[in-house]
Write a protein that binds this ligand. Structure first.
Ligand code: SF4
Ligand code: SF4
Length: 290
């Protein structure tokens, strides 16, 4: 077996850990495995990727996977805002965290859909899908059996230092996702298999104004709607709000404005859900909705 998998999600969902669960489960199942995340936009809500290479021979490739056999997408809104299907081989598999089938417009790609977020919210109380995505990828691609996946989840959650009850909850999420998702057969054709599996991805240097086009001129950062990154929403309870202005001062993106009575208002088009306002509000007048 030789399998290259790319995982996409948003900061806070656990995409790095999902990749580690897949890599560890593959290792426990007897394969060589390598997993790595792509660091960079390390903030809640931003697009995050991780990569897993699995083989019955030692893995020499490193870095970004340009032509994956399978892609996992933990937030289907990324299909509009990023390019998670880029380079996916014909006949490959997409595992999507969504409530229903997503129209991808590529008939040669197979799709396995599971509403992992709803299960995670029910079991963990938040959209932390790492164990669920990891288990779903392992089952959908036939990488590892249930026992190896559960052991991998336990090992990775212990390494994160989670409390016992949270480890148990993540195992429950993994078990439910493993049971619910079907196993698909990769239908990668011969021509695709002959393609270089570990291409060097050249990222050309571009002048700063080209790479940050929307904020290259003064005063136009409002054109970048960072509200689309949010996976948790702060909501002000005006009955409890004392108009102390702390949230207004602390919001790193200036998304909170005050009216003439010093009442704060959140600009949800730009609030990216960092929840600093929630953490800092003295009377706990800000609630979190997921
Ligand atoms: S501090 Fe609050 S309002 Fe500002 S971006 Fe973070 S979550 Fe949104
Ligand atoms: S920090 Fe809390 S109490 Fe103070 S203005 Fe903001 S929401 Fe109101």
């Amino acid at each position: 077996m030789k399998l290259n998998i790319r995982l996409h999600g948003r900061g806070g969902q656990g995409i790095k850990t999902a990749g580690r669960v897949v890599g560890t489960a593959a290792f426990l199942a007897g394969y060589y495995a390598q997993d790595s995340p792509m660091y960079g936009p390390e903030r809640r809500g931003a697009h995050v990727s991780s990569f897993v290479r699995i083989s019955d021979e030692p893995v020499d490739g490193r870095g970004y996977i340009a032509a994956p056999d399978a892609v996992a997408i933990a937030d289907h809104s990324l299909l509009e805002q990023a390019s998670p299907l880029q380079g996916l081989r014909s006949g490959g598999v997409v595992i999507i965290n969504a409530a229903k089938h997503v129209e991808l417009g590529i008939p040669t790609i197979q799709q396995a859909v599971l509403d992992i977020s709803t299960l995670a919210n029910k079991i963990l109380g938040r959209d932390a899908v790492s164990a669920g995505v990891g288990a779903a990828v392992c089952k959908a691609l036939g990488i590892a059996g249930r026992a190896d996946v559960i052991e991998a989840v336990k090992m990775e959650m212990e390494e994160l230092g989670l409390r016992e009850e949270l480890i148990e909850a993540n195992i429950k999420l993994a078990e439910e996702c493993y049971a619910a998702i079907p196993t698909l057969q990769l239908k990668t054709n011969e021509e695709d298999m002959l393609m270089e599996r570990d291409e060097i991805v050249e990222i050309p240097a571009t002048p700063a104004p080209a790479s940050v086009a929307l904020i290259s001129a003064a005063g136009n950062s409002t054109a970048r709607k960072t509200g689309a990154w949010r996976d948790a929403t702060p909501v002000i309870n005006y009955q409890k709000c004392t108009r102390c202005m702390v949230c207004y001062i602390y919001c790193p993106d200036s998304c909170i404005s005050l009216d003439e009575t010093l009442t704060p208002h959140i600009d949800y088009e730009h609030c990216k859900g960092c929840l600093i306002c929630f953490m800092e509000c003295p009377p706990r007048a800000i609630q979190v909705e997921v």
